[in-house]
Design a protein around this ligand. Structure first.
Ligand SMILES: C[S@@+](CC[C@H](N)C(=O)[O-])C[C@H]1O[C@@H](n2cnc3c(N)ncnc32)[C@H](O)[C@@H]1O
Length: 379
């Protein structure tokens, strides 16, 4: 049995826990920004392929009391590294240190790397190289007080990198955050869904994949595929089953529509939609949300209007965007449920609606609320 950790955006832990339950994870423990669980290696592979709200899945390799260099060297040396890679493959170690014998990560990372390389050299005469870019074995060392934990990262590249976004919009939502927010909204996966300020269309693409049962990790690679102990037969079965589910689900896509006033955003959105295999399946419009008439009356609106950190800092134009959103909801979305991500509580008053739920969630460094509105009720 392996011990795993899946990490997510702060505020999405329960969504992640639900996703993990659905995959059959055992011994589930919800932590801040993460869930711990146990299972076989195949569960770790399925987690990388299927978790929509996770950004990382890690497997614990060693844990112990570490009060100085020798303890850490011994702990890192206690792992049989030849199970993960050969001496000709590459590794990288990322560190995190709090209240430990070391003030920063540099020394402990070096000690860990030496312990690993010395083990290979002693056994084979050759040592693996360190590669910053796409290492075969990405490791994480966490030192917290006297405790050290060493993990290997199953995904390599973070899981939110689905592969459909080559060009970045100015202020895109992290794909895993967008997917987690959709899960939190409890969308039935059928009601027409609309994002009137869609930017690069992250919500729309994640919603389409959710509705069609397409695993978010299809079409990309994961670090574990290069490991010596990888159970590639199990992985092939998990992957093939996910492909079959996506093929069956493809016909289930309801109406998804979006709009943005920024021509560059719409161009990026179109490109990402095509890269996600969804060309012509999401109806996009380019214009101000004040003039936007969705092609179908939305049942659910999900949106992430500007709130002033990176995209716009002019308070007048921020206010105008929120007023416009309020007008759009009132005129085009009677009877719908709307979820709005907001990182500045001052702005919500311009919607002219009272929220019925406020869920705290982090968007990058910004404390936000995922606000629920019943449009048409309680104006
Ligand atoms: C924070 S970004 C949305 C990012 C998006 N969720 C994504 O993942 O790329 C806010 C978007 O609102 C759009 N916007 C602001 N005011 C608007 C308005 N009045 N009408 C249409 N779009 C508007 C901006 O052009 C910008 O793309």
């Amino acid at each position: 049995m392996a011990v795993f950790y899946a990490a997510c955006t702060l505020g999405l832990e329960q969504v992640l826990a639900d996703e993990l339950r659905g995959l059959g994870a055992a011994d589930l423990q919800v932590r801040r920004g993460a869930c711990a669980f146990t299972g076989d290696l195949a569960l770790g592979y399925a987690a990388c392929l299927w978790l929509r709200s996770a950004v990382r899945v890690q497997q614990e390799l060693a844990r112990g009391t570490v009060r100085g260099r020798d303890d850490l060297y011994a702990l890192a040396g206690s792992v049989d590294w030849s199970q993960s890679i050969t001496a000709r493959q590459t590794l990288a170690i990322d560190g995190a240190v709090k209240d430990s014998f070391a003030n920063d990560t540099r020394f402990p990372v070096l000690v860990t790397k030496d312990a690993i390389c010395d083990q290979f050299r002693a056994r084979t005469g050759v040592r693996p190289d360190v590669a910053r870019d796409r290492p075969d074995l990405p490791l994480k060392l966490v030192l917290h007080g006297d405790e050290a934990i060493l993990y290997r990262e199953l995904g390599g590249e973070p899981l939110h990198k689905r592969g459909y976004r080559e060009i970045q919009h100015k202020s895109p939502l992290n794909e895993a955050t967008a997917a987690g927010l959709l899960l939190l909204a409890g969308w039935d996966r059928r009601a027409p869904l609309c994002d009137p300020m869609c930017g690069s269309a992250t919500f729309l693409i994640e919603a389409a994949w959710l509705a069609t049962d397409r695993a978010p990790g299809l079409g990309r690679s994961f670090a574990f595929e290069k490991w010596r102990d990888a159970d590639l037969d199990s992985w092939r079965r998990i992957y093939d089953a996910a492909e079959a589910r996506a093929a069956r689900g493809a016909g289930r896509l309801g109406r998804l529509c979006g709009n943005d006033r920024h021509p560059g955003a719409i161009a990026i959105a179109r490109q990402a939609i095509a890269a996600a295999g969804l060309a012509d399946r999401i109806e996009l419009w380019h214009g101000d949300a004040a003039d936007y008439v969705p092609p179908v009356r939305p049942g659910l609106v999900v949106t992430n209007p500007p709130y002033g950190d990176r995209l716009q800092s002019d308070p007048v134009s921020l206010e105008a965007s929120w007023r416009t959103l309020g007008g759009f909801l009132h005129t085009q979305c009677e009877g719908a449920v709307a979820y709005v991500l907001c990182g500045n509580p001052e702005l919500t008053r311009w919607l002219g609606l009272r929220s019925s739920q406020k869920h705290p969630v982090r968007n990058g460094p910004i404390e936000c609320r995922w606000l629920r509105y019943e449009v048409g009720a309680g104006r």
